[in-house]
Design a protein around this ligand. Structure first.
Ligand SMILES: Nc1ncnc2c1ncn2[C@@H]1O[C@H](COP(=O)(O)OP(=O)(O)OP(=O)(O)O)[C@@H](O)[C@H]1O
Length: 750
């Protein structure tokens, strides 16, 4: 392998190589500008056409939406448009970039996701895939500033890393509050995960910094490229642990020219509910257990009541009575119907109304002389003079009676998930769950709300009525079009020749035409999915998946009935008490043992010095923690310091100015440390932040000051995992600071 970097000597072979690449890169940007101009023109063309039929306007909206998306893609790839070159043994060079650009018959730039680009990520001297040279092209703006070449020749052994110089340069770069894409330096083991088949469940397990998140995001881009039609219709969902994490990763897919992916936390997955309520980890753990399903089922059954003591209802001066026996049969029938609670209610209501109607009919229709031989006609009649229609009228009156309705609502209420859960928590005898109604929802409530819908059923009569109205409107409109057209036909029919020409009404009927006028939704799948609880995604990616509770998994699996999923996590980093202990345990209820495991073993984040230090601090962990292999060293050993709050503040103030800094604290000391470091918030766009381990999960910083590691370890049953997370957030330097004094930091340095 040979390497060239930062070539500047004019007229050297290296300079000539740069000039050659510059020429190609310049040509590519010219093409990109042309493509943008063309799409901009098409977009303006759509907007400038006014008026027209509703159908024409809708078609214009759809077209404009498509052009706007394409333009956004072209805008997104400005930086690093072309970053690689492959020289095959046979044939001309291929340039690799963020999108594909073609001339009439030859590819000018090959999309990194295309099969032809694959050797760029996996070729080695031993398995060169027909490639003799791989070149990483470094650009600044539109200027080529350096090249890194690897020549595959059987006599020169290649190292395990692909494009080592480019990779190390990427890893050494300062971190900002936003994750960057790694498209230029994806490593072979990562590439295998990214390009793995879309179907089934793929679990990606790897230690901190092995690129799981990066790989998951590039896999999303790869799948969208490879299965564009299917996935842009059904959408891709990426689930991350908290909003801060989602903000951190939010730029990666747009920089890969992919939009339209929904990023959400599990707490975001119940449209209409914003989970802002705080609760203890212990309560959240209980709510996440799978036995909550039975708790909810029991709760629903308990709201399908029969009267303990007879209930009296006064209707038109008649006193009607309902007892336990009267209601048990309707309840049994409703339950046995197999319908969900709200949908079974009409069966219960019908049964109870029958009982009440019978009572009324007996009172007002009974014929006391029905079998009196001296009665009218001297012959036995019927015991009740009311016929079926009369009884049906009585039933109808009873159904509208407020007193009857109140009793029915009490016995078998229509329940929204919110009303049900509020009531359940207010009345439960489980202390850890009991709370007053109202006060909003917690993140752990969201899977319970979702589960509740599955038990209660959604009353979609309003939506169905709306659909019926829409269809009626479209039919009327279509019929109007046909009528006008038929009118013009009769006018035209005065001319015999014209009358031979078939009219629109001859070839299409109103229903079909109405379909054509159906509103076409111009929103992306992600936009539609965000407001639709029942949306089934084409692929779901779950990051930091080890943190999800069994109830959250149930909710997620509902969003992905096809089970086309990528699950990314590290069991050694599980912090949540209800989080995963093993992937098999998590997945077996849904896919049995039909899931694939891919392991990532190299840490691209944590330098060797910090990893070794973490190994020492975690040496007694049980089960033992297997640390990933660091890919580079920083030359800086971690520092251990002790002092009071003022000393901590001084250390933080003295941290290197360049790059990002995080102070990671035990949750129980957050307030104290925040008081000592009042200038630190948790906005990742700021150069320095103060975070708990839970908040820091999945993030990384150039420099980390870790406060009181022993406290972090002792704070929860999975404290050792939390400490592992905290120790592995830094890309450059780690300072461990133990605060002296009982209260630690009491704000003295304010
Ligand atoms: N092939 C690569 N080229 C360049 N940078 C990479 C590569 N792989 C990973 N990285 C970088 O390494 C860092 C860690 O990656 P990432 O956050 O995806 O790891 P992770 O496994 O998800 O970590 P954690 O378990 O801590 O969440 C990121 O800055 C990422 O950009």
């Amino acid at each position: 392998m040979s390497s060239l970097s930062s070539i500047s000597v004019a007229d050297s072979p290296e300079a000539r190589a740069i000039a050659e690449e510059q020429e190609h890169v310049t040509m590519l940007y010219t093409r990109l500008d042309e493509l943008r101009d063309r799409v901009r023109g098409q977009l303006t063309g759509q907007w400038s056409q006014g008026g027209g039929t509703p159908q024409a306007r809708l078609q214009r909206d759809v077209a404009a939406h498509g052009y706007a998306e394409r333009l956004a893609r072209y805008e997104a790839v400005e930086s690093g448009l072309c970053f690689g070159r492959l020289d095959p043994r046979d044939g001309g060079p291929l340039r690799i970039g963020r999108i594909g650009i073609h001339d009439t018959d030859e590819p000018l730039l090959v999309d990194w996701r295309a099969p032809a680009a694959r050797p760029f990520y996996v070729a080695t001297a031993v398995t060169p895939y027909g490639i003799v040279r791989r070149r990483h092209i470094r650009t600044r703006g539109r200027t080529v500033v350096g090249l890194d070449d690897e020549v595959f020749d059987a006599t020169a052994g290649n190292g395990p890393l692909v494009g080592e110089a480019a990779l190390i340069a990427a890893l050494d770069a300062h971190r900002t509050g936003r994750m960057r894409d790694i498209v230029e330096t994806i490593q072979a083991e990562q590439d295998r995960v990214i390009r793995s088949a879309a179907g089934g469940v793929l679990v990606v397990q790897g230690g901190p910094g092995t690129g799981k998140t990066a790989v998951a995001l590039h896999r999303a881009a790869y799948l969208l490229y490879t299965h564009r039609e299917q996935l842009s219709a059904r959408g891709v969902l990426i689930v991350g642990p908290n909003p801060m994490f989602l903000r951190y990763i939010s730029q990666v897919l747009p920089s890969l020219a992919e939009t339209g992916v929904l990023l959400a936390t599990p707490a975001d997955l119940f449209p209409g509910v914003v989970a802002t309520r705080r609760e203890t980890a212990a309560t959240a753990e209980v709510k996440g257990r799978s036995d909550m399903v039975d708790f909810l089922i029991e709760g629903v059954r308990a709201r399908q009541r029969v009267p303990e003591t007879p209930v009296e209802i006064v209707v038109d001066r008649h006193v009607l009575r309902l007892d336990r026996y009267d209601c048990e049969t309707p309840r049994r029938r409703a339950r046995e119907s197999g319908r969900l609670h709200n949908l079974a209610r009409p069966i219960f209501v019908a049964g109870v109304l029958d009982v009440l109607a019978e009572q009324v009919a007996e009172r007002i229709g009974a014929d006391p002389f029905w079998n009196d031989p001296l009665g009218e006609d001297d012959a036995p009649g019927t015991p009740n003079v009311l016929d079926e229609a009369d009884v049906a009228d009585i039933r109808g009156d009873l159904a509208g009676d407020p007193g009857v309705r109140a009793v029915l609502d009490e016995l078998w209420p229509v329940l929204t998930p919110e009303r049900f859960l509020d009531d359940l928590f207010a009345t439960t005898d489980r202390d850890e769950l009991r709370r007053e109604p109202g006060g909003g929802w917690s993140a752990a409530d969201v899977p319970l709300l979702d589960e509740a819908v599955e038990l209660l059923g959604e009353d979609d009569s309003a939506a169905r009525a709306r659909q019926a109205r829409d269809l009626r409107r479209r039919l009327d409109y279509a019929q109007g079009v046909l009528d006008i057209s038929a009118g013009s036909k009769s006018y035209e029919a005065e001319d015999d020749f014209e009358a031979e020409i078939p009219n629109v009404a001859d070839v299409i009927e109103a229903g079909v035409l109405a379909e054509r006028y159906a509103d076409r939704d111009v929103r992306t799948a992600a936009e539609r999915a965000a407001v639709d609880r029942r949306w089934a995604f084409g692929h779901v990616i779950v990051d930091e998946a080890q943190e999800l509770s069994p109830m959250a998994w149930r909710m997620l699996m509902r969003r992905c009935p096809s089970r086309s999923m990528t699950i990314v996590g590290d069991l050694a980093q599980t912090g949540a008490a209800g989080g995963a202990g093993s992937w098999g345990e998590v997945l077996s209820p849904y896919v049995s043992d039909r899931w694939r495991l891919a392991a990532l073993s190299v840490s691209y984040r944590t330098p060797a010095e910090i990893m070794a230090y973490a190994g020492r601090l975690l040496a007694d962990a049980d089960p033992p923690i297997e640390l990933p292999r660091p890919v580079r060293s920083s030359g800086a050993e971690p520092r251990e310091l002790t002092g009071d709050a003022a000393a901590l503040a001084a250390v933080v103030a003295g941290e290197p100015g360049a790059g990002s800094l995080a102070v990671i604290v035990p949750a129980g000391r957050r307030a104290e440390v925040a008081a000592a470091l009042p200038h630190l918030g948790s906005d990742l766009d700021e150069p320095a932040v103060l975070l708990t381990v839970t908040e820091a999960k999945g993030l990384e910083f150039d420099h980390v000051v870790l406060v009181d590691p022993e406290l972090i370890r002792g704070e929860s049953p999975r404290g050792v995992n939390d400490l592992y997370v905290a120790l592995t957030r830094a890309t450059r330097s780690l300072t461990v600071f133990r605060v002296t004094g009982g209260a630690g930091c009491d704000g003295g340095t304010r």
